[in-house]
Write a protein that binds this ligand. Structure first.
Ligand SMILES: Cc1ncc(COP(=O)(O)O)c(C=O)c1O
Length: 381
C-alpha cells in the first residue's frame, strides 16, 4: 500500500485496465456463471453494506433471505423447506454433508456414495470432513448406475448424492431411485442441483429431482449460475428446517446467540440481488430464458454436427459435449474428464455468439470443411 492514495478516477482507470485483461464474455463458452441480470447488479449495490452474519442489525435483509429461501422452496415443491444462502455450490454441498455426518455420530469411519459425475466440491468436502468417497460409475447416458450405487452402500455410509444437472454433461441422475436407496439404507440423500436447479423446473418435461421426490433431504441450488444473480449467491435447502441447528455454534458477541452457517460475515447483497431477479422475472421470465438457452443449444449441436463433430449426449439442458475435434482458436471452451469438448450455453452465449463460433469452427476444421458449406447460419437473433 502506498503512503498517499490516488484520486478516484486514477484508481478506477487502473482497475478498468486490469478488468479489460479478462476474457470477454462473448468468448466464454466454458462457464456456468453468466452476466448477472441488471436488477441483480442494482440491488447488489443497494445492499452492499449488509451482513447476514449479524442479522439482528439487518432485519430487513434477513427478511429478504427468508423470501429467497421460501421462493426457491416453492420452486422445489416444498414451501416449508428451510435453509440459507451460501457462497455457492461448494459450500452448500459441504454443509449438507456436514449435516449428514452430524446425524450419524455413531459411525466411526464414515463414507459417502456419489456418482462419478460429482463436482470436485465433494473431494474438498470429504477431505475436510475426513470421509471416504465411494464413486459409482456411469450407467446409461452419463447418469449414475443406481444398482451399483446400492451395492456400494454399507453400514458406514452417511449420505448418498444425486446430481441434477451434471457439471460436465448437464444430465440428471435418477433421483427417485437414488432417494429410494437412501431411504432403504437409512442414510441422508443430498441432491446437487447447483446448476440444474434453475433450469430443470423450467423445461417442458422436467425430470423429478426435488422435494416432490420422497426421501430427498437437501438440495444445493445456485442463483449465481442460471438464476442470473451476482456471484457468489448459492442456496442450501433442507426438507426439515430444524435439522440445520445440528451445526450451531455459540456466537456470544453477535446479535444472535447461535450460528449454523459456514461463513461468519455473510453478504446480503448477492442474496437481495437473487431475490430481485426472481421477483422481477417470475416463473414466466425464467421459462422464457431457459427456452432461449435450449434453442441456442440445439442450434449449436446442429451446427457442430454439420462441421463433423459428434454429440456425446442429447442435451437435456444447456450443456453440450462433443468428440471429433478441438474448438477454434480464440474461444474459451473446456473439456470433460473424459476429454470431450464441453460448451455451456449460458444466457450470455447468444445466437450471435453461437453463429460466430460455428463460423469459426467451420473454417477452422480442415477435415470437415466440405461439410461446413451446408451449414445453415440462419440463426434467429
Ligand atoms: C453441479 C455443481 N455442483 C457444485 C458446483 C460448485 O459450485 P461453486 O463453484 O459455486 O462452489 C458446481 C460448479 O460448477 C456444479 O456444476
Amino acid at each position: 500500500m502506498e503512503e498517499k492514495g490516488c484520486n478516484r478516477e486514477e484508481a478506477i482507470s487502473f482497475l478498468a485496465g486490469l478488468r479489460a485483461e479478462d476474457v470477454h464474455p462473448n468468448q466464454i463458452l466454458s462457464s456456468m456463471c453468466t452476466i448477472p441480470h441488471p436488477i441483480a447488479v442494482a440491488v447488489h449495490e443497494m445492499f452492499s453494506a449488509t451482513n447476514l452474519g449479524d442479522p439482528g442489525l439487518f432485519p430487513g435483509t434477513l427478511k429478504v433471505e427468508e423470501l429467497l429461501i421460501r421462493s426457491i422452496g416453492e420452486l422445489m415443491h416444498l414451501a416449508s423447506a428451510g435453509g440459507y444462502s451460501t457462497s455457492g455450490g461448494t459450500e452448500s454441498n459441504l454443509q449438507a454433508i456436514r449435516i449428514a455426518k452430524k446425524l450419524k455420530p455413531e459411525v466411526e469411519q464414515p463414507n459417502i456414495v456419489v456418482p462419478e459425475s460429482v463436482h470436485f466440491s465433494f473431494d474438498k468436502t470429504c477431505d475436510m470432513l475426513g470421509l471416504a468417497m465411494r464413486t459409482v460409475p456411469y450407467g446409461k447416458n452419463y447418469t449414475v448406475d443406481a444398482e451399483k450405487m446400492a451395492e456400494r452402500i454399507d453400514k458406514n455410509t452417511i449420505a448418498v448424492v444425486a446430481v441434477a444437472g451434471t457439471t460436465e454433461y448437464g444430465m440428471v441422475d435418477d433421483v427417485p431411485a437414488v432417494a429410494e436407496i437412501a431411504c432403504e439404507s437409512g442414510c441422508f440423500c443430498h441432491v446437487d442441483a447447483a446448476f440444474g436447479g434453475f433450469v430443470i423446473p423450467f423445461l417442458p418435461d422436467p425430470a423429478p429431482f426435488d422435494f416432490a421426490v420422497p426421501g430427498v433431504d437437501s438440495i444445493s441450488l445456485d442463483p449465481h449460475k442460471m438464476g442470473l444473480a451476482t456471484i457468489p449467491c448459492g442456496c442450501l435447502l433442507l426438507r426439515d428446517p430444524d435439522v440445520v441447528s445440528c451445526l450451531n455454534v455459540d456466537t456470544p458477541y453477535l446479535t444472535v446467540k447461535k450460528q449454523y452457517t459456514l461463513a461468519g460475515t455473510r453478504p446480503g447483497a448477492d442474496v437481495a440481488g437473487a431475490y430481485a431477479v426472481i421477483k422481477h422475472l417470475g416463473r414466466e421470465g425464467f421459462r422464457s430464458m431457459v427456452a432461449g438457452c435450449m434453442e441456442n443449444t440445439r442450434k449449436l449441436v446442429a451446427g457442430m454436427e454439420a462441421c463433423g463433430f459428434i454429440r456425446v449426449v442429447n442435451p437435456i439442458m444447456n450443456v453440450a459435449a462433443f468428440t471429433g475435434g478441438n474448438a477454434p482458436a480464440g474461444w474459451t471452451v473446456s473439456h470433460t474428464r473424459a476429454g470431450h469438448l464441453r460448451i455451456v450455453v449460458m444466457p450470455h452465449v447468444t445466437r450471435d455468439v453461437i453463429e460466430a463460433f460455428l463460423a469459426d469452427a467451420a473454417s477452422h476444421s480442415t477435415i470437415h470443411k466440405a461439410a461446413s458449406s451446408s451449414i445453415n447460419y440462419t440463426i434467429r437473433r
